[in-house]
Design a protein around this ligand. Sequence first.
Ligand SMILES: C[S@@+](CC[C@H](N)C(=O)[O-])C[C@H]1O[C@@H](n2cnc3c(N)ncnc32)[C@H](O)[C@@H]1O
Length: 275
Amino acid sequence: MSKTFAPDFSYAPFDTTAGSQASAHARPFAHPQSLLELPPGEARKSLLTVHEILSARLQSKSEIAIYEAGGGSTSFLPLGLLHRAHVTVVDIDEDQIRNNDYAQEKILGDVQTHRFEPGSFDLVICYNVIEHLPDTESALLGFCEALKQDGLILIGAPNPRSLSGVVTKYTPHWFHVWYYRYVRGIENAGLPGEAPFPTFFHPLVTLSKLEAFAGTHGLEVIYRKEYESPRFPEIRARKPMLARLIDASAAVMNFFLPEKTDVRHGDYHLILRKR
Ligand SMILES: C[S@@+](CC[C@H](N)C(=O)[O-])C[C@H]1O[C@@H](n2cnc3c(N)ncnc32)[C@H](O)[C@@H]1O
């Protein structure tokens, strides 16, 4: 996964003229490639909301200390924030660290055990990572400690109680690689430094449990959103027949499950504030 900084100002509420990296400074909503690659839909919409919240909450800071836990080589942060941030990335994968081109400090390490000076960061971001950790609790405790008072934690993760979550949790890694290569069409899938990475799905990946954990560790939930996995629009575009089958299965499951349950809600965003 190689990181790119292609700015897109199509959603920018401010000046929408074309811009260089320097002018992205003034535009907190300039988008990273990771967002541009999301198909239109709930995932993209929620990520835009996340960007607005982070930009508003961190706007008064001239330099933002960011810890990207398992940051790999891709950031989901708005470029306007990234360009006035000091980013420290910790990742266990050498290739991911090598491919990272936006962090000022790169640490080859394990987010479950790596510790920083308490109160070091304004923002901890852990995006598509907690599902890969056998000991999510240790990692979360490290994030809390590393955070300044009033600092924020952004977690993006798959919902284990969704259709895609259940399938991912109960199928072997080779099946994930096969899905990425032949359904998603990603040729490099499973090669060193390339997704998918092995998953564990510690109990704290479940959103309700994560929120309860947050409550007992001095963290306030300021945003939570379960949304349709971007895999749905992606598969509808790439494999319409298979998508129809999956959509129909999801509709049947939703019919028999309690009201408001939507098994298509395969991912979530959670923003926490340290009280
Ligand atoms: C799916 S990728 C997500 C990368 C990036 N955050 C993103 O959203 O594109 C998962 C990342 O977590 C890293 N990772 C997995 N277990 C880790 C651990 N125990 N400590 C640090 N990084 C870890 C992997 O190397 C990989 O870079």
